[in-house]
Design a protein around this ligand. Sequence first.
Ligand SMILES: *[C@@H]1O[C@H](CO)[C@@H](O)[C@H](O)[C@H]1NC(C)=O
Ligand SMILES: *[C@@H]1O[C@H](CO)[C@@H](O)[C@H](O)[C@H]1NC(C)=O
Ligand SMILES: *[C@@H]1O[C@H](CO)[C@@H](O)[C@H](O)[C@H]1NC(C)=O
Ligand SMILES: *[C@@H]1O[C@H](CO)[C@@H](O)[C@H](O)[C@H]1NC(C)=O
Ligand SMILES: *[C@@H]1O[C@H](CO)[C@@H](O)[C@H](O)[C@H]1NC(C)=O
Ligand SMILES: *[C@@H]1O[C@H](CO)[C@@H](O)[C@H](O)[C@H]1NC(C)=O
Ligand SMILES: *[C@@H]1O[C@H](CO)[C@@H](O)[C@H](O)[C@H]1NC(C)=O
Ligand SMILES: *[C@@H]1O[C@H](CO)[C@@H](O)[C@H](O)[C@H]1NC(C)=O
Ligand SMILES: *[C@@H]1O[C@H](CO)[C@@H](O)[C@H](O)[C@H]1NC(C)=O
Ligand SMILES: *[C@@H]1O[C@H](CO)[C@@H](O)[C@H](O)[C@H]1NC(C)=O
Length: 681
Amino acid sequence: MAMSNMKSTSLLFLKLLYILLNAPSIIAGDVDNHRFVYSGFANASLTLNGTASVTPSGLLELTNGTIMSMGHAFYPAPLRLRDSPNSTVQSFSAFFVFGIISIYDLSSHGLTMLVAPSNDFSKATAVQYLGLFNGSNNGNTTNNIFAIELDTWPNSEFGDINNNHVGIDINSLSSVQSHPAGFFNDQDGTFKNLSLTSQEAMQVWVDYDREKTQVNVTMATLDMATKPKRPTVSARHNLSDVLKDVAYIGFSSSTGKIHTRHYVLGWSFAMNSPAPVINVTMLPKLPRNHPKDSRFWVLEIVLPVATAAVILSLIAIAFLLVRRHLRYAEVRDDWEMEFGPHRFSYKDLFNATGGFENKNLLGVGGFGRVYKGVLPRSRLKVAVKRVSHDSKQGMKEFIAEIVSIGRLQNRNLVQLLGYCRRKGELLLVYEYMPNGSLDKCLYGKKDNDVLTWAQRFRIIRGIASGLLYLHEEWEKVVVHRDIKASNVLLDDEMNGRLGDFGLARLYDHGIDPQTTHVVGTIGYLAPELARSRNATPLTDVFAFGIFVLEVTCGKRPVDQQNTQDSQLVLVDWVIDKAQKGSFGDTVDASLEGRYDVGEASLALKIGLLCSHPFANARPSMRQVMQYLDGEIELPGLSLELLALMQNEGFVVQNEGFDPYIASYPSSTTSIGTMSHVSGGR
Ligand SMILES: *[C@@H]1O[C@H](CO)[C@@H](O)[C@H](O)[C@H]1NC(C)=O
Ligand SMILES: *[C@@H]1O[C@H](CO)[C@@H](O)[C@H](O)[C@H]1NC(C)=O
Ligand SMILES: *[C@@H]1O[C@H](CO)[C@@H](O)[C@H](O)[C@H]1NC(C)=O
Ligand SMILES: *[C@@H]1O[C@H](CO)[C@@H](O)[C@H](O)[C@H]1NC(C)=O
Ligand SMILES: *[C@@H]1O[C@H](CO)[C@@H](O)[C@H](O)[C@H]1NC(C)=O
Ligand SMILES: *[C@@H]1O[C@H](CO)[C@@H](O)[C@H](O)[C@H]1NC(C)=O
Ligand SMILES: *[C@@H]1O[C@H](CO)[C@@H](O)[C@H](O)[C@H]1NC(C)=O
Ligand SMILES: *[C@@H]1O[C@H](CO)[C@@H](O)[C@H](O)[C@H]1NC(C)=O
Ligand SMILES: *[C@@H]1O[C@H](CO)[C@@H](O)[C@H](O)[C@H]1NC(C)=O
Ligand SMILES: *[C@@H]1O[C@H](CO)[C@@H](O)[C@H](O)[C@H]1NC(C)=O
């Protein structure tokens, strides 16, 4: 019995001892002496509100990662700050260890240690107000609140210095004094930054001196054994004017849009003496990034964002690929293998011409636009002609012909370098002619740039030789069909080169010959085309004759701008002058008489002979070359012949071409031309 009694008594004693030993806050929380120590908060009787709680390991968790939330924790009993009702607020010291945990370097918003007349902060606001004030009472002196803020968000409305600062707040979130978080090194006095969001626990001392009315706040890392001598931030403020006699001390904390958790690991306080020392190695440990939370983060934020980013980038890549594919898409057939070397990639041509930019536009011809370009690799200057063309028919023959003409280089033809095909479009790459087209030189405004007679005569010879090549010297007869000054290009030595040969052949195929409306360029059309609509080498000769007259006289074949009431038809005008015996008056006046009379007369006669209304009366290009070279004598032009030409020409103009002249007054506009290649010889 006695034994069992003794046993129960000793058990009771042990139990009491155990409770006393294991409740340090109760023992240390000496309200009268205003002194307490929390070395961890397990079993501590704090007044908690909002998201605040004590974790099983003894951490005071002010916010738990919920966004836009706040939490409060107070020492359960109020403090008496003055030793008598009418005296001043006594000196006090507080020490705490805190830590902020968030997923990234960013966190929101911060925590405070505060002294306030009440522990009801249910009307305060979270986010930037740190659970301390709200929009209406912030800054009001009737708050009677003193607080130390550890703020991780720069709020300009409160004059925050940065997103990582410690501040001394009196009745307001606009700190009376603040400083970047960190400490001054005792050895050399240098300032060491501390990052509040470093996920590391840090020590803070808050000291108020009643005599000096000075507040010091000092920070340090957890591994620093002693408090740095120089405080991080210090302010002189008489707290007797701020704090009521009875006040609660505690913490507030708030989050914004970033999931953040604010912890206090330990806390001590004393009136009129330094805060009790806490052995920080015995404090509960700050959680490493909570696995549950990080999974939450991964699932809720990171995963959707990453997925969206991946999908977006896939869409973007697909879009770019499709656009690139469409932009550079080409049409390629098997038969083109043999023309491989002459085939250009569209991408190269696109890049060469700066994406067919308008500033590279050389001109708009009868078949399409011509762009200047520089080939990316060879740096060779080229002219790229875009011909819109839909049919596949005849394409092979056309390409073959174009390529083979290009292969046989003739110095009086503009060299074709290659081609490229796209849907509905053919691109022809020619060598670049630096001096542009002849009509620009003939009718250009600059008087000092007048073509000399020698240059003109050489151009006439060159074009004759180029045409002879197309008609007789190549394996097939190629009828150019659109000989005119604007199709004659000038190379760097001012040699005339015939361009656009064979192009119209594209339009031959698949068109009923009966309905083919043969329309070349007004003024260059042989009269018989109005009846037969059948282009022959002799219709080219006719156009060449007009061309020669044009170059010699410096006048357009049909001039609308003439001052007379009717248009001036060049041939008629020359014949008229010839009949009146003033042949020499027809030579271009801008030459100012500086020309070889014999050559000019020869050119005028060849021009008239070639533009004879009767096709059979015209010379062949071979004969023209012989006349030009002086190998054979030109037949004389009788007055009868001239009269005949004039009448016939007049009839032809009226019968055949008036409608076209009326509707297409400009003599340089191709109204669609067709070349004709008769079968092999
Ligand atoms: C807190 O109190 C409970 C019983 O109420 C006890 O089991 C536990 O060990 C105590 N924790 C600490 C750290 O004293
Ligand atoms: C955080 O605290 C609030 C209020 O106590 C609670 O409703 C919420 O579930 C808590 N959230 C987490 C993640 O613990
Ligand atoms: C404190 O001051 C008030 C007036 O300010 C006075 O009425 C009161 O008697 C004083 N109390 C003491 C204990 O001095
Ligand atoms: C605690 O918060 C609730 C609302 O969450 C509020 O009603 C209550 O007054 C608060 N208590 C204290 C003591 O602040
Ligand atoms: C702001 O806080 C004060 C003090 O807690 C309270 O009296 C007031 O009603 C609050 N104002 C708003 C708008 O919540
Ligand atoms: C400060 O608060 C008091 C009481 O809450 C109020 O009467 C006063 O108007 C407020 N002052 C300002 C400037 O808001
Ligand atoms: C410390 O932080 C401040 C402000 O955040 C910055 O201007 C300064 O460069 C930092 N100093 C060091 C040594 O990192
Ligand atoms: C605040 O720090 C200064 C040194 O910078 C020191 O002289 C003063 O005594 C300190 N005051 C308190 C209250 O600790
Ligand atoms: C602080 O303020 C109180 C009351 O406002 C005053 O009595 C006291 O002298 C002041 N202390 C100092 C050091 O100025
Ligand atoms: C703190 O506690 C640890 C382990 O409990 C001990 O080794 C260390 O000496 C203590 N430090 C101080 C300053 O008491």
